[in-house]
Write a protein that binds this ligand. Structure first.
Ligand code: SF4
Length: 688
């Protein structure tokens, strides 16, 4: 049985034998047979000690018809009293595309509320916004094959060795095969990734925008500006030229702001100028910022100015954190998207309303993730359906998020576990089919659509999320539009919508797959979009220099930098992931060998900083600020910059009394994308 790993955006193919033992799928283009430790441990996470097996309403076990009737009645009542905007849905990059599609159709198409957002907002929405602004559509230009062709790999705001391990192995193999390939890693921390770099730039947190605008300025001053490409394929050059001509992008100022030496800066800029085949990989350090969209836009600018896009080994490449963050984007699973890469423009609304046969379509974008919490606090949102996510731990200012969730008149949680911090607050729990039980598709960082296939029955009364959504939709009176009998049925409709009245203006068109039979859907091999036909599609975008904008040109982005956050702070808090853990650990936290690497929440701090605060001998420390406090064990780490602390984001009440680090993160973020700024939060520290 061939399926796909459910843990990260690399999207590795997995082969599962008749005993349920996983191994790497040598035929899958994402991993060519490799798996990381989490993928190898997939078999061990199949028997959770606390699986949610039956629906529960107000703590009582009920059957599905009772749960569905209760939800439909309560949602109907809330909508009647307060309107459709009083209902919201919070999804997850763990959901399969088919689950996402039905959730989006129900919320935006039939309930008439665009209050559907997802934890993908937390990981890559800045990249989405940057792609839309620069290219006209949310489209990742690169493919994994570009790694092999690159002469220079720039990794920004990512500890790829830990967070995308199989991709990192591919990078290592490419470097081994081509010793001239150079790596630059830009990260405030020394990490397993930076250790292998030719150049590590330990920038001051929050200064990436200045660094890349400085690079753009250097490109403008050099003979590496690709004037022909810019004239033919790029708009906005005079405006960007004017903005970058200011004194703030002179090397001395860029060095001062970023905390780098002039020599480091010159070396990076010269490497970039000297290597036409440059691949820039970026992830959370870029996206989870007050200027996340501008950060990503500044990286894209450097590639557009040098014509390094659509060519082998040359592209900006956003890495997604979750296995199906891309699939969610494709169906419109973000509050500011409508469906199939369409926004809420009147023509798009008309098109989608006709396709779905609905006269209730949401008229405008809804609340994004953090805004949903505000709207619950204000009493505007009364009902929230959370699917496959744990926002009580993962949202910024999570103590406040928990208070808001507890305030909902109706909180429904669909999950495999009843013990997440969010599930404990719910009035209605719905048992979801998990990995190995559910059927559908996911799309990875490189636009490869892969199948997740079931290889065992779901236990108890656990059911696929798309099925639960359809039951509720039918009970609410939307029956005909939700008559799907299988995941294949849902996929066909989703694929058809991507091509509906799409005369080439949108790249995302997989309508060639809308006529797949059930057998063909089951046998579907990994495919990257856009499809050139049934037999394959181009892996790399924009090779012709044409972009999905009205004039076919990409847009250079203007962006004035903000001052870095945390000036004068006692400590600056950075958060991120561990190699062996996933999200809030609801699966990986039950696997002994994955827990062995980190059994408790720890804080990495430079030894000098520990000494400065008199914490050398402290067993436990408290990190705190005006939002909350948490206990962690301090670990001296010379790879940390003095004055900074790193704490993993995984720990929840289910696994530890301390370590809920998002309690300390202020609920603010990029104004353009709505992505929270997890990476630069001032905290105080003391021994316990
Ligand atoms: Fe799974 Fe990601 Fe590891 Fe691949 S790299 S096996 S997708 S966790």
């Amino acid at each position: 049985m061939h399926t796909t790993c459910p843990y990260c955006g690399v999207g590795c193919g997995v082969k599962v034998d008749s005993q349920g033992i996983p191994s790497g799928d040598t035929q899958h283009p994402a991993n060519l047979g490799a798996l990381c430790v989490k993928g190898m441990a997939l078999g061990e996470s199949q028997t959770l000690p606390n699986r949610l097996l039956y629906p529960r309403v107000n703590g009582e076990q009920v059957d599905w018809p009772q749960a569905v009737e209760h939800i439909a009645h309560r949602l109907g009542d809330i909508i009647e009293r307060h309107g459709p905007g009083a209902v919201a849905f919070y999804g997850s990059g763990q959901m399969l595309t088919e689950d996402y599609y039905v959730a989006n159709k129900l919320m935006k198409g039939f309930i008439g509320s665009a209050n559907i957002d997802t934890n993908s907002r937390l990981c890559m929405s800045s990249a989405v916004a940057a792609h839309q602004r620069a290219f006209g559509e949310d489209a990742v230009p690169a493919s994994y094959d570009d790694i092999d062709d690159a002469e220079l790999v720039v990794i920004v705001g990512a500890n790829t060795a830990w967070t995308h391990p199989v991709l990192f192995r591919r990078l290592e193999a490419a470097k081994a095969a081509n010793p001239n390939q150079q790596w630059v890693v830009i990260d405030p921390r020394a990490t397993a990734t930076s250790q292998q770099a030719d150049l590590h730039l330990a920038v001051t947190p929050g200064t990436d925008l200045v660094l890349f605008n400085g690079l753009a300025r250097r490109i403008l001053d050099s003979d590496r500006l690709d004037r022909h490409f810019v004239e033919q394929h790029v708009a906005g050059f005079p405006e960007l030229y004017r903005q970058l001509s200011g004194p703030e992008y002179r090397p001395d100022n860029v060095a001062r702001v970023t905390g780098l030496s002039i020599a480091e800066l010159n070396r990076f800029y010269q490497l970039f100028l000297d290597h036409p085949r440059t691949l820039t990989l970026f992830c959370m350090g870029i996206n989870q910022s007050l200027r996340g969209t501008d950060n990503a836009g500044a990286i894209i600018n450097c590639h557009l100015l040098t014509g390094r896009i659509g060519k082998p080994g040359a592209a900006p490449f956003s890495l997604t954190g979750q296995p199906n963050a891309m699939g969610g984007r494709e169906v419109g699973g973000l509050a500011n998207q409508l469906a199939a890469h369409m926004d809420f423009a009147p023509a798009n609304r008309d098109k989608v309303a006709r396709f779905w046969g609905s006269d209730r379509l949401a008229r405008a974008p809804g609340h994004k993730a953090m805004e949903m919490i505000d709207a619950i606090e204000r009493g505007e949102i009364k009902a929230l359906w959370v699917m496959g996510s744990n926002p009580a731990v993962s949202l910024p200012d999570s103590a406040r998020a928990r208070r808001a969730l507890a305030k909902c008149e109706l909180l429904i949680v669909s999950d495999i576990s009843p013990n997440t911090d969010t599930a404990k607050l719910a009035q209605v729990l719905l048992p979801a089919a998990g990995w190995g039980e559910k059927d559908g598709t996911v799309t990875n960082s490189a636009r490869i659509i892969s199948r997740q296939r079931p290889f065992k029955p779901a236990p108890g009364a656990a059911r696929p999320d798309w099925w639960a959504l359809c039951q509720v939709a039918r009970a609410m009176g939307f029956g005909e539009a939700f008559g799907f009998a299988s995941a294949a049925d849902v996929f066909r409709e989703h694929a058809a919508l991507t091509g509906f009245e799409n005369h080439g203006e949108r790249l995302f068109d997989i309508s060639a797959l809308s006529t797949l039979s059930d057998d063909e859907f089951n046998a579907l091999i990994p495919r990257s979009w856009p499809l050139a036909g049934r037999d394959g599609g181009p892996a790399r975008l924009f090779a012709e220099g044409r972009f999905p904008t009205p004039d076919g040109k990409a847009r250079l982005q203007l962006s004035a930098p903000l001052a870095p956050a945390g000036g004068g702070a006692e400590l600056l808090l950075n958060t991120g992931r561990l190699r062996d853990q996933w999200h809030t650990m609801s699966r990986t936290g039950h696997v002994a060998r994955l827990m062995a690497a980190a059994t408790e929440p720890q804080a990495q701090i430079h030894p000098d900083t520990l000494a400065r605060h008199g914490l050398n001998k402290a067993e436990l420390i408290e990190l705190r600020n005006e939002h909350g406090a948490t206990l962690v064990r301090p670990v001296a780490d010379e790879g940390m910059a003095p004055g900074q602390v790193f704490v993993p984001m995984h720990w929840s009440e289910e696994f530890s009394a301390g370590g809920r680090v998002n309690d300390l993160v202020e609920a603010r973020g990029c104004a353009l994308s709505g992505q929270p700024a997890f990476k630069q939060n001032p905290v105080q520290v003391s021994a316990v």
